[in-house]
Structure formats: structure tokens, C-alpha cells
Design a protein around this ligand. Structure first.
Ligand code: AAL
Length: 407
């Protein structure tokens, strides 16, 4: 009689075991992807340390899809340090979103967003208040002999007159020099600055980095107009239809000359923005023009990233490289495209400086991340006040223990 419960236990055990086996087979079928076509060579198996070629986990299948020649040339870590002179932290002043750095007249030049006073937010009177740190801003510039100590030179581009498309704020600027002309592209907001206001991109040009700057009469880039708000409430998440990835805001413009044309990279923000498994829904797009002043036509391949935030792009090896930070499942990656459109991940880094101002004086073709050796970034001292700092990067080729020699 004692045997009966034991027998029962053995039967149940085998039934469960058989079920588990079936379940495992089902999962294996489900995770079977295009890797089925990939040949698992002995070398590949050894490099990836795969135990059994015939029993591939979902993770091993993804690893087998990585390019075989992935090296560490794009991988780096970074440090941030204070600037000196006028760009050192100043209580009560916002200085943020530095442009790239160029060298003219023997000096480095940088442009940035500047405003004063704390942020009030959207709860009060938006006609009088400052709703974001980047509200009620103008674009200023500074120069430096060594990239560490800076002298603030004064404003470069001011907000427009009441009624103009840029009457509320001009901010988040980038510089491009082309054929002895200087071009500043930047974000613009028209009053009233409510949570549903559309953000656009403006352009100003000059024959000297010290100005005077002439502004475009109209924005050079606007959000897609295929989203539909739901109701009248000030709620940017309530939509009937979200529209394209850039239906709400076009941000962080950065123009680079490429293949005889001008590629304007930008960040899109979508109406009804969601939080997904990688964070905020932020994607990048590109608009292309024959001339620096436009007209800029959005690429039909947009969006060209599935993650990111501030734009940080540079020419490298006949293509365009892009540092993707802050938001989305591919944040903290360096990507490269052979055509300025189709980007692939080249390195996954531990973190990256935000809102980078690239050093455009670097020899960017010397190595994939040569241009990132040093540059500018911004940091939050508090929600109200941000300041510009300097970053340096180092490349890591080996992970060594203390005292261990890496050949
Ligand atoms: C940034 C940029 C844009 C946003 C805000 C100011 O760093 O992405 O410029 O509008 O934050």
C-alpha cells in the first residue's frame, strides 16, 4: 500500500517533465529567427562561447546576428570637468545646449542657450512665467584660447518681435561653417508657450563668427501636421491620432555638409508621446537640402533612429556617425551609417555626456571617435540652472586587473 503514493509521484513527475520538454520545444520554435540561416562555424561558436550549436538560446541567436568584425574602435568612457572664466557655473543663470566648437581668428568659438531666473512651470500664468529652463532664452556666444577658460562675448541671435515665429524663445543652437559663411540653426517657439505648442527650427547666417546675424523670415523646418489632439485641455498625451514621430516638435537641429548636400539632423517629439520599454518615445530624423539655407525636405526614410535625444553627428569614413543618448532601447550607443540614413550600432557605451558640443576642429577621419576626445556638454546643477562643462573621453581596449599587463 505504501508504494501507491510513490508510484503516483513518479507518474506526475514524468508527465510534468514531458510537458516541460514540449514547452521548451515550443519556445525554441518561437525564438527561431533569421539566425536559422546563419551558419555557426566552430570559430564563431568558440568566440561567443556557445555550449551546444544545436541548443541555441534566444540570446545566442541574437549574438549570432551581430556582425563578425565588431571591434572596440568605437567604444569609450568619459570624464567631465568644470570650465573656467565666464562659462563657469553662475547662480541664477542658465547656460545650456552648447553648439559644436569651431576655431576662427586663433580662438575657439561656441554658441549656447542663455536665460536668467528660475523655472515656474506650466501651472501659473504662462503669459508671464518661464515654463522651462529653455523658455525666454536668447543665443549667446563665447570664445577661448585653450577650450577651458572662456570669455562670454555677448548675444548672437535674439528672440523675434511679438507675433514672429520665434517671439518666445530661441535656443539649442548648432553652428556650421561652409564656404566662408557661418550658419546657426536653432529651435524656436512662438507665444503662448503651452504644453501643446509646436516647436520649429530657425536659421541665421553671417559672414563672420562675430555676426551680425541675419535670420530666416520663416522657419526652415516644422513638425509633421498629421497628428490630431483630443479635446481642448492642455494635455499633450491626449490625442485622437499621434501622427509622425515629429508631429509635435522638431528639436536639436544640426546641419552637416554631406555628399554635396546639406543634411539637417534633428530630434522629433511626437504628439501623445508614450513611455515604452526604452523610456520616452524619442527618434531622430533628417531633412536634406541642396543649399545651406534650404529648402530642407524630410527624408521618406524617417525616423532614422529608434532612440536618442540631443543630436550629435559627424562625418566619418564616407558616412555619418551618431551618438545616441538618453532615451529609447538603443540609448548609449554609437552608430554609423554608410549613407546618412541607415544606422547600425557600432558600440554600446556605459553612458555619454548629454547635449554634446563636438570639437569640429578635430581630425574626425583619424579614427571613429577621434572627434569625441574632448568637447562641451551641459549638466543640471538643479532643475532651474544648467551650466556648460567640458568632457574628455578615453578608449578602452582591455579590461585589466590591478598590476596586470595588457600587451
Ligand atoms: C534639450 C534639447 C531641446 C529641448 C530641451 C532644450 O537638451 O533636446 O533643447 O527642447 O532639452
Amino acid at each position: 500500500m505504501k508504494r501507491v503514493p510513490q508510484l503516483l509521484f513518479v507518474c506526475v513527475y514524468f508527465i510534468l517533465f514531458a510537458c516541460n520538454d514540449k514547452k521548451q520545444e515550443k519556445v525554441e520554435k518561437e525564438v527561431a529567427t533569421t539566425t536559422d540561416a546563419v551558419e555557426v562555424t566552430d570559430e564563431r561558436q568558440d568566440f561567443l562561447g556557445i555550449t551546444n550549436k544545436d541548443k541555441l538560446s534566444a540570446a545566442s541567436k541574437r549574438a549570432l546576428l551581430w556582425p563578425e568584425d565588431l571591434g572596440n574602435d568605437w567604444f569609450f568612457s568619459y570624464n567631465v570637468e568644470d570650465l573656467k572664466g565666464d562659462l563657469a557655473y553662475e547662480e541664477g543663470v542658465v547656460r545650456r545646449d552648447p553648439s559644436a566648437i569651431i576655431k576662427e581668428n586663433g580662438k575657439y568659438y561656441v554658441w549656447y542657450t542663455k536665460s536668467v531666473g528660475p523655472t515656474d512651470g506650466f501651472a501659473g500664468d504662462i503669459e508671464k512665467d518661464k515654463v522651462f529652463p529653455w523658455d525666454r532664452c536668447d543665443i549667446w556666444y563665447a570664445t577661448s584660447e585653450d577650450g577651458v577658460t572662456w570669455k562670454e562675448e555677448g548675444p548672437a541671435v535674439l528672440r523675434g518681435e511679438k507675433g514672429a515665429y520665434d517671439d518666445r524663445s530661441v535656443f539649442t543652437v548648432e553652428i556650421m561653417k561652409h564656404e566662408d559663411m557661418y550658419y546657426l540653426s536653432y529651435q524656436t517657439v512662438k507665444s503662448p508657450y503651452n504644453v501643446r505648442v509646436k516647436n520649429q527650427v530657425g536659421l541665421a547666417w553671417a559672414s563672420s563668427p562675430d555676426g551680425p546675424w541675419e535670420k530666416s523670415k520663416e522657419p526652415i523646418l516644422s513638425p509633421a501636421d498629421n497628428g490630431v489632439w483630443k479635446g481642448e485641455a492642455q494635455n499633450r498625451f491626449a490625442v485622437e491620432k499621434k501622427g509622425d514621430f515629429d508631429s509635435h516638435k522638431v528639436h536639436d537641429p544640426c546641419i552637416v555638409p554631406y555628399n554635396g548636400k546639406f543634411y539637417l539632423y534633428y530630434k522629433g517629439e511626437q504628439m501623445g508621446e508614450a513611455i515604452t520599454f526604452g523610456g520616452r518615445q524619442i527618434r531622430h530624423g533628417v531633412a536634406i537640402a541642396d543649399n545651406p539655407k534650404g529648402p530642407y525636405v524630410k527624408s521618406p526614410y524617417n525616423p532614422i533612429s529608434n532612440s536618442g535625444h540631443e543630436i550629435c553627428v559627424w562625418n566619418y569614413n564616407g558616412g555619418i556617425a551618431s551618438l545616441i543618448t538618453t532615451d529609447g532601447p538603443e540609448k548609449n550607443t554609437v552608430q554609423w551609417s554608410p549613407d546618412g540614413i541607415n544606422f547600425e550600432i557600432k558600440a554600446v557605451i556605459k553612458g555619454a555626456p548629454h547635449a554634446i558640443g563636438l570639437n569640429r576642429t578635430a581630425d574626425n577621419e583619424k579614427g571613429p571617435v577621434e572627434i569625441l576626445k574632448w568637447g562641451l556638454t551641459h549638466e543640471y546643477r538643479s532643475y532651474n540652472y544648467q551650466y556648460i562643462r567640458r568632457f574628455t573621453t578615453t578608449q578602452i581596449k582591455r579590461h585589466t586587473a590591478k598590476g596586470e599587463k595588457a600587451e
